[in-house]
Design a binder for this molecule. Structure first.
Ligand code: FCB
Length: 484
């Protein structure tokens, strides 16, 4: 038994100082696409390409956070958040992706950060959440090495402006998505189908991370720097060797391709072999930059992959309805199979035990680094009910189960220091447009009216208590995550 668990009340208490947050991203919430000197990003272009985003929607207005940030911070304060993860729009700061900073863009983030600090909420910015300035894509995008250097320059400009008041920085968000959905399957911006280029993109996103940390750390060695990766638990559908091999491959591309260079300074040999035909040959010098110690690792966790596959079978498996191409470069024979668990409105299987599995695996297989859950949440197609609110019991159950998984990992010695739920507000869900809602707070997109859902009140209670009530039995939405 550990000191984190109060046996008499069976309360699930998180350690003192645990950060309780919520997360958003610039393109998904800010709007004001043509204001403040902002230039176009690949998502502006992608949204305007017919057939790429459901209903042809875009982030031009989104939830108008650019103008409503003060109200949104008041909502955060009502929830009792102690930290807020947001992203900085590169094309607001550098409209052309290079050169001097657009001060009007930086000013928005100065105001945002100052208002957060005034509300007692720690700002936790991410420098790249997928909105590459379009001119950099026109010059070749992430498959080009130059983009990593441009990213480090941009990070340095932002850090020069905010480094005195922001303590913790995240460089890139989910490089897997940016590289493989952006450049292999084409279901995200910039929508290219170029498997060899997508591997280079993954490498340059990591290199950009390393170079950016180097530049920022030189200015404020005491700030904390890290990256946020999207990790999945991965299981073979059966014990058949072909399925076991499929699981190794998907774990390799999804998890180890990012964790190994960041935390061990090398790429996994088996993934290099699987992707051999695409000529992916990163240099040791780059790996030295990528593998420099970081201060924290952000984990975005949503679900588990269950996979099957016989190499040589016809390629298929797009990972969403938005592309027929596979994002799994070199392993596109792998099939993703339902394992029968309940799913969210995204169709993603709910499996909190997978989060526990990932957290304990990190402790076992990688050097110790403070961990944060930088995203975790559930999306549904929700409407306000007659009482004018959203009774989102399913989201509450999802968050509850995953927080219990986090707590269990902490009691086992995993250095998990904070949790940011995705998302504070309903917002623009990429290729799904506005059809999927992940917010604790409902947004009426016609009026921009914000209404906290039941989950917002529930999360405020969790934060206020510093944990969860004990429960005699599991909620039945994720195995192995309840009390031991
Ligand atoms: C993650 C993204 C985030 C959000 C959630 C649902 O992959 O980082 O922007 O869309 O999924």
């Amino acid at each position: 038994m550990t000191s984190l668990r109060n046996e008499t009340s069976t309360e699930i208490r998180f350690p003192a100082g645990f950060r309780w947050g919520a997360a958003t991203a610039a393109y998904q919430i800010e709007g004001a696409a043509a204001e403040g000197g902002r230039g176009p990003s690949i998502w502006d272009t992608f949204c305007r390409t017919p057939g790429k985003v459901l209903n042809g929607e875009n982030g031009d207005i989104a939830v108008d956070h650019y103008h409503r940030f003060a109200d949104d911070i008041a909502l955060m304060a009502d929830l009792g958040l102690t930290a807020y993860r947001f992203s900085i729009s590169w094309p607001r700061v550098q409209p052309a992706g290079a050169g001097r900073a657009n001060e009007e863009g930086l000013d928005f983030y100065r105001r945002l950060v100052d208002a957060l600090l005034a509300a007692g909420i720690e700002p936790w910015p991410t420098l790249y959440h997928w909105d590459l300035p379009q001119p950099l894509e026109d010059a070749g995008g992430w498959p080009e090495r130059e983009t990593a250097h441009r990213f480090a320059d941009y990070a340095d400009l932002v850090h020069a402006a905010l480094g005195d008041r922001v303590r913790n920085w995240t460089t890139v968000n989910e490089p897997w998505c940016a590289a493989f959905l952006g450049y292999a399957s084409g279901e995200h911006a910039p929508g290219r189908i170029d498997p060899a280029g997508s591997l280079r993109a993954a490498h340059h996103l990591l290199l950009g991370h390393g170079l950016a940390v180097e530049a920022m750390r030189a200015r404020t060695p005491d700030n904390g720097f890290g990256a946020a990766v999207n990790l999945y638990a991965v299981s073979p559908a059966t014990g058949d060797p072909a399925d076991v091999d499929a699981a190794r491959r998907i774990d390799g591309l999804q998890n180890r391709l990012f964790l190994d260079p960041l935390l061990l300074g090398r790429y996994p040999e088996d993934v290099l072999a699987d992707t051999g035909p695409y000529g992916f040959a990163p240099s040791d010098a780059d790996l030295a930059v990528i593998g420099r110690p970081i201060d924290h690792l952000g984990i975005n966790y949503y679900s588990r992959h269950t996979v099957a596959g016989t190499p040589g079978e016809a390629a298929q498996t797009a990972s969403s309805p938005f592309s027929t191409q596979s994002p799994w470069v070199g392993s596109d024979h792998v099939r993703f199979v339902p394992a029968g668990r309940p799913v969210t409105g995204m169709g993603w299987e709910i499996d909190a035990s997978g989060l526990h599995e990932i957290l304990t695996r990190l402790r076992r297989e990688y050097p110790s680094v403070p961990l944060y859950i930088t995203e975790n949440g559930a999306g549904y197609d929700e409407v306000l009910d007659e009482s004018g609110t959203v009774r989102d019991a399913a989201r509450i159950a999802y968050l509850d189960g995953h927080l219990r998984a986090c707590h269990e990992a902490i009691t086992e010695g995993v250095p998990l220091r904070g949790y940011f739920t995705w998302s504070l507000l309903d917002n623009f869900e990429w290729a799904w447009g506005y059809s999927k809602r992940f917010g604790l707070v409902h947004v009426d997109y016609a009026t921009q009216r914000r209404v906290p859902k039941d989950s917002a009140r529930w999360y405020a209670g969790v934060i206020g208590r510093g944990g969860l009530p004990g429960r005699g039995q599991r909620a039945g939405h994720g195995e192995g995550t309840g009390q031991p």
